[in-house]
Write a protein that binds this ligand. Sequence first.
Ligand code: UDP
Length: 405
Amino acid sequence: MLPPPPFFLRKSLLSEWAIRYARRAVNEKKFPFSAVVAGAGISGATVAARLAAAGLRVLVLEAKAHAGGNCYDCRDAGTGILVHKYGTHIFHTDDKRAWDFLSRFTAWHPYFHKVLAQIDGALVPVPFNLNSVRRVFPPVLAARIEEKLLERFGFGARATILELRGSADADLRLLGDYVYEKVFLHYTLKQWGKTPEEIDPAVTARVPIFASRDDGYFRDRYQAIPREGYTALIGNMLAHPNIELRLNTPWEAARACVPAGTPIFFTGAIDEFFGFKFGELPYRSVSFEFVEYAREYFQPVACVNYPCHFDFTRIGEYKHFLGEKSPKTVVSFEYPAAFERGKNERCYPIANAETAALYARYADEARRAFPQTRFLGRLGDYKYYDMDKAVLRALDAAEEFLRAF
Ligand code: UDP
C-alpha cells in the first residue's frame, strides 16, 4: 500500500515519489484496490461511495488539497458564513434516485432558488414570468402580453426565447425581443464571449420564460442545500472504510502507481488524460471576487444577475442558502473568462460542432486504447452537467461496472 508522501516533498517531486512507490507496490503485489477514481468531486465521490458500499476497495486520487471539486464550500474567515468557492451551487432534481442517493450522506435545508436581474433600474424575477412582465411593461401592455401568453402557451407552461421571437403575434414578439436584449444577449456575451445564436441553444433553453407567477428559478420537485454544506456531503460520501482518499495527488503524478489492468474512473479532463494529443478542448472559466460587507444583507435574494451592466455576470450572497444569521455578509462577484491552463479552473464545457468532433476523437481513443478506464463528469464527458445529472451518470457507470465485476 502507498504510504503518504513525506510532508516536506514539494508537489513537483510528487511524481518521482509516486513512481518509486508504484514500482514497489506493484512488485510486492501490494495494490489492494479493486478500482481507482481520479477526482474527488461529486462524480468521483458518487462512484467511490457506490463501489465501496458494494464491498470494493477504492483508491480516490485528488489533485487539490481538498475534496469536493467545484462544489467545494468552506467557512469565510471574516464572517463564518459558508461560501461556495467555485460559485453558487443549488441542488435541484426531479430524479428521486439522485435525491435518495445523496440523502444517505446529508440532511437537507429546504431552499427554493430565486434569481432577480437588474433590468432598467428594477430588480426583476428571472426566468422571466408574468410577474416580470408586470414589473417592466406599462400596465395596459403588460395585461395584453399576459393574456396572449396564457392563450398561446397555457398557464404554467414554459416558452423559449426563440419561440417568442418567432411568434406571429406582435406583442409576443415584442416580449421575446425585450427579454433577448435585456436578459440574454449581454449576459451571454459576458458569460460565453458569444451571442446566444452562436452557442448551443440548449444552454439558453436552461432559462425559459414561464407563463406563471412562480418566481422560482427551477421547477424541480427536490430543491435543497446540504445542511452542513457540499464539502461535508462529499466528505461523508468518501468516509467509508473501503475508500482511501489521497489529496494533493494529481493523476499524472500517480498514474504510474496504478498497476496495469486496474479499472479506473477518470473524472478529470479527458484531453489532459491523453496529453492533449488531438488538441485542447476549450472551456469557459469564472473568477470569483469575494467581498465582505458590514451590514446584514447585501441583496434580497441569493443571486442577482447583471445582464446589461458591469463586467461581472452575477452577485451571489451566501447567507441566504442556509438562512445563516450574522451582522455581516459576504458576496461573490462572478467574472467569466476563457479557461487558460495553469491560470484558472475549467468550469463550463463549450458545446458546438467543433468541440463535439474533438471530444469524439478522445472518446474513440479512450474506448480503443483504455477500455478499462471510464471517463465521466463535466470534464471527463465534456458535458454541462448539473449536479444531479453528474450523480446519475456516475451511479450508472458504477452500477454497470458492478454488474460485470
Ligand atoms: N442566461 C442569460 N441571462 C441570465 C441568466 C442566464 O443570458 O440572466 C443564459 C446564459 O447564456 C447562461 C445560460 O443562460 O450561460 C444558462 O444559465 P444558468 O443560470 O443555467 O447558468 P449556470 O448557473 O449553470 O452558470
